[in-house]
Design a protein around this ligand. Sequence first.
Ligand code: SF4
Length: 276
Amino acid sequence: MNVVVRYSSLGDVILAGAVTAALGDVWFLTHPRYHDIARRLTGVVGVLAPGDPLPAGARVVDLHHNLRSARVPAHTRVERQDLRRRARVWFKTAPADPVLTRYARAAGVPPAPPPWLPPARRGDALVIAPGAAHATKRWPHWAALAAAWPGPVRAVGGPGEEALVAPLGGVCEAGFDRTLAALDGAAVLCAGDTGLLHLGAAAGLPVVGLFGPTTSADGFFSYGGRAVELDLACRPCSRFGGPVCPVGDHRCLRDLDVASVLAACLAAAGLAPAAG
Ligand code: SF4
């Protein structure tokens, strides 16, 4: 029996599925707000909250490795590489190792490929997720992409993203069950560098990620998927995104053109050959 520790955030908890699926027989220790998603990950037999007693004899794998998780008596902890990740932003040095690589190294197993959640039913819809917690991660051309897609389009988002989702005819779903249900019937999910992108991949969907202040090489996007991004000297300017563009023009996403994103979505859906 194993205990995997990852307290937050949504994307990290989802990506831990590569380890829970590989290990099997896992109790997942996380913040209660992530229990609904953690208990659905392949290999997870139960969830724990901080402070709960650990199953006797379990091997504990700490995938968080912060001050709070240090209180848990772990057998192995993930290497955070915080300095490498900061240097990448400040000095544009080489990326740190991908999250899945570091998680798998800590757990001592090769990462399992997706799906790590019950697979979403495939259909012909383009599912778009225009929201992002940080404004600089939001692409401004979703309406044009929706108009160009040769089939149904569904916009999805979480609570608080109504202003972005409603103008595209979508609804914001509360709870993972409803969010996962909203992915049903997708041919492809297109999103920024957000937890929803990882959720789609974990549910076995082809995904297209639009990267601006972060890059596809910076850790999270290592499960397969198509990245659309520009080669700009200012990228990455942040590890997580921020409220405003530091240089003021937000070219990284503003100049990411609809034709390139559409081509990536069509190719991911198997409706057109991959460019290049
Ligand atoms: S344009 Fe450059 S500086 Fe501005 S948000 Fe994008 S990556 Fe950061």
